[in-house]
Ligand binder design. Structure first.
Ligand SMILES: [Zn+2]
Length: 67
């Protein structure tokens, strides 16, 4: 088995918390609302990124480049 880097583990954990958050928003009926401005998120954006929480004008906070 090849080594799994801490980066990989961190990335999986981030994905898991994103999915958790998206499910929570689904239950609250807020899935399609931008967390920043409340605008409805474009369906195409949600198709390409199902855990997206913001409209095109508001990039996700946790999308800030780490590298
Ligand atoms: Zn917005």
């Amino acid at each position: 088995m090849s080594e799994i880097s801490n980066e990989t583990v961190a990335s999986i954990e981030r994905t898991l918390s994103d999915v958790d958050h998206a499910l929570e928003r689904l239950r609250e009926g807020a899935y399609r609302s931008c967390e920043t401005c409340g605008t409805e998120i474009d369906a195409a954006l949600l198709t390409s990124d199902p855990v997206r929480t913001s409209c095109a004008a508001h990039p996700r906070l946790n999308e800030v480049e780490i590298s």
